[in-house]
Write a protein that binds this ligand. Structure first.
Ligand code: SF4
Length: 356
């Protein structure tokens, strides 16, 4: 049963005078109707007609899509007033919003506190100045540190959103961004490999050959490295990769750089790396058929908890096929921790030798 629900209120490009190179919100806004506080009532009513029957643990009302704290204070208050009413009545549990780091100051946070906002996510994208500049973000990293510190000081739950593969980005910058995020200690994070959306500056650069999107393989590897850094530091990575609904339009609008199961690709990659490093320790040289030490074909188990079992197999069984090809001399069983009287954490994988 799903325990956590989000009621999304999409406020397209509201208050955002910026034009980030990867973002098509300006074009979407030009064709979308203005969202009003009345729409918030309607959206909550629509969602609650289903959610109220589902016994959810937490229901969050989430303002996303633009830079919420960039809109005039009175407009913020009109939206927040509706959200707070629902929170005070116990219909929703939390109020959640996302914004830019340069739209955070004490006046803004005092207002958000007065309306019982719980979670503030900052669209940071990168901690490399050159990447922010090349992406036309219009802010530097110093305001990220300042905004994050202020949000924590006020006692809000802090989220950090990072992008991978923007213009000028490198694996080193990605790792640096993840490590800087760990230093800031947010509660939650989101990782978004760059998706090239039509009608954006990035798309134009790609067409002109000035920007080359990451290969899927590269995007998975880089995101996986960042995901490991963040999760090992205890940060809850609540999203990896865009949802198709985030892009608003259909797949034709993404220049082929979008994968609907990106999180599974990343978690499968991490599972495979963990298993491979253990195989190398347990059965050194087993890939080499001229090494007769392993002619007896050892039997081993690849173990995870029930929840992470799919990661062992990989997206569309890609890991299973990979292991069968690369480790043809291993007799592999796929077991859960309970079958071996173990207790493995999420993301923990074990190779256990069953030959003895
Ligand atoms: S990404 Fe955010 S800040 Fe940048 S243009 Fe889009 S809505 Fe504005």
């Amino acid at each position: 049963m799903k325990k956590h629900a989000i009621i999304p209120i999409f406020i397209p490009h509201k208050g955002c005078p910026n034009d980030c190179i990867f973002c098509n919100q300006r074009k979407i806004t030009a064709h979308s109707k203005v969202v009003t506080p009345e729409d918030v009532h309607n959206t909550v009513a629509t969602y609650m007609s289903t959610l109220s029957k589902m016994n959810m643990e937490t229901i969050e009302l989430s303002f996303f899509g633009g830079s919420f704290t960039g809109i005039p204070l009175e407009e913020q208050q009109a939206f927040l007033k509706v959200a707070k009413e629902y929170k005070d009545k116990g219909v929703i549990d939390k109020i959640h919003l996302s914004t830019r780091p340069d739209y955070i100051d004490k006046e803004i946070l005092n207002n958000l506190k007065a309306y019982s906002v719980d979670v503030i996510e900052l669209g940071v994208q990168s901690f490399a100045e050159s990447v922010l500049k090349a992406s036309n973000r219009g802010h530097d990293t110093s305001c990220v540190y300042r905004a994050a510190a202020l949000i924590k000081e006020y006692g809000f739950t802090l989220g950090i959103q990072l992008m991978i593969g923007l213009p000028c980005d490198t694996l080193e910058y990605d790792l640096y961004s993840a490590l800087e995020t760990v230093k800031i200690k947010p509660d939650i994070a989101r990782l978004y490999p760059t998706v090239v959306i039509k009608d954006t500056g990035l798309y134009e650069q790609m067409v002109l050959g000035q920007y080359v999107p990451m290969s899927e393989e590269d995007a998975v590897m880089r995101t996986a490295r960042m995901y490991k850094i963040l999760t090992d530091a205890g940060i809850n990575v609540i999203r990896v990769g865009l949802k198709s609904s985030d892009i608003i339009s259909d797949d034709d609008n993404t220049a082929g750089t979008f994968h609907p199961a990106f999180r599974q690709l990343v978690e499968g990659f991490i599972a495979r790396e963990s298993i491979e490093s253990q195989i190398d320790d347990l059965y050194p040289g087993i890939k080499d058929f001229s090494n007769h030490k392993w002619d007896k074909c050892p039997v081993c188990a690849f173990v995870s908890n029930e929840k992470c079992r799919n990661n062992l197999f990989g997206h569309k069984q890609s890991n299973k096929l990979y292991f069968e090809n690369e480790y043809a001399r291993l007799n592999i069983r796929y077991l859960t921790d309970r079958q071996l009287n173990l207790e493995l954490a999420d993301g923990e994988y074990l190779v256990s030798d069953l030959s003895k």
